[in-house]
Design a protein around this ligand. Structure first.
Ligand SMILES: NC(=O)C1=CN([C@@H]2O[C@H](COP(=O)(O)OP(=O)(O)OC[C@H]3O[C@@H](n4cnc5c(N)ncnc54)[C@H](OP(=O)(O)O)[C@@H]3O)[C@@H](O)[C@H]2O)C=CC1
Ligand SMILES: CC(C)(CO)C(=O)C(=O)O
Length: 303
């Protein structure tokens, strides 16, 4: 297949390396106008993939069989919109990111839109991307599609296993959103690894109760007990992780809070469900983020 990967950071390079190693033609798409992108990946088994790939080629884009989007949630809609006009109308676009809300933002994009979430873990270490843990990528239709795109899960399974197809990906996305609503803001505010949250079961349960109420109103069966059990498992299995939000806060980068807790608050408001603890965490993370973004841009502080 011919695949353009939009966003050549940690996940993007992981996919680019795997696609090349499995005989696919792949190019990267970068924010900067540059005809090449370097891929430097340390695999989980210690092997290194190191190559320079083609990037930003509009002809390749126009012939692509898939646009794989591995951007942060807040980067997705502008970037996808700017490429959609040059992509064939039948080429599927697969969005893999944390958080929700981008599908609503891209409702007028004509291509078949697929959503994905992943439990692979990759992080940047200088110029190297370290594939820290293998995982599963769940993909499915982001909205009603005219064709059947489940063959993509089979193709991608050969490239970077595991890949699972879900006719109803929304249930999986909400479960992942629940995990991110709990772990990401708490670790970002308390400046701690994920495992530290084991010591705060009541806070985890309170957040899960609120998230479960919203998920139920979205039409998916769940409960606070189920969610807090699931979140507890993720806390255990990622105990030494520094969550992506804490990494962003430490590096003074824009976080994905608007698409994680922010999306939950939006849906809670639409259903008339109160989510005070999530609202409190949202306000605190935004305050932190605004603080360093104001300093970064030299804007005056609010006081
Ligand atoms: N890494 C992981 O292990 C996991 C990540 N995720 C999620 O996947 C998503 C991607 O994460 P990750 O790969 O870590 O993020 P990164 O920040 O490493 O990668 C995003 C890349 O996109 C680039 N970029 C930004 N804007 C544009 C644009 N307009 N056009 C082209 N490229 C652009 C960035 O470049 P620059 O930095 O120069 O702006 C960066 O290289 C996030 O939602 C994350 O939460 C989910 C599970 C695991
Ligand atoms: C699952 C979790 C919380 C792992 O750290 C994650 O998705 C993140 O850090 O964004």
């Amino acid at each position: 297949m011919k695949i353009t990967v939009l966003g050549c950071g940690a996940l993007g390079q992981l996919w680019l390396a795997a696609l090349c190693q499995h005989g696919h033609q792949a190019q990267g798409w970068l924010r900067v106008p540059q005809p090449w992108c370097s891929v430097n990946l340390l695999e989980t088994n210690g092997t290194i993939f190191n190559d320079i790939l083609m990037a930003n080629d509009p002809d390749f884009l126009a012939q692509s069989d898939l646009l794989l989007v591995t951007l942060k949630a807040w980067q997705v809609s502008d970037a996808v919109r700017s490429l959609a006009g040059s992509l064939p109308g039948t080429t599927p676009i697969l969005l893999i990111h944390n958080g929700m809300g981008t599908i609503d933002e891209l409702r007028d994009v004509p291509q078949p839109l697929l959503a994905g979430i992943t439990t692979h873990a990759a992080r940047r270490d200088g110029n190297l991307i370290v594939h820290a843990a293998a995982g599963t990528t769940h993909i499915g239709p982001a909205r009603a599609l005219s064709g059947d795109y489940s063959f993509l899960a089979d193709r991608l399974q050969q490239v970077l296993p595991d890949v699972a197809w879900h006719n109803n990906i929304s249930a999986e996305m909400w479960r992942k959103l629940a995990v991110n609503c709990v772990i990401n803001p708490l670790t970002a505010l308390w400046d701690c690894p994920n495992g530290e949250l084991r010591r705060h079961p009541q806070e985890v349960l309170t957040l899960c109760q609120e998230v479960a109420a919203v998920i139920e109103r979205e039409g998916h069966h769940t409960s606070a007990a189920d969610l807090s059990y699931y979140v507890g498992q993720v806390i255990e299995s990622t105990e030494e992780n520094i969550s992506s939000m804490l990494q962003d806060v430490r590096a003074r980068r824009h976080t994905e809070i608007d698409y994680i807790t922010g999306y939950l608050l939006k849906r809670a408001r639409a259903h008339g469900v109160a989510v005070p603890e999530n609202a409190r965490l949202f306000a605190m993370v935004k305050q932190k983020e605004n603080h360093y973004e104001r300093i970064g841009t030299g804007m005056p502080r609010p006081w």
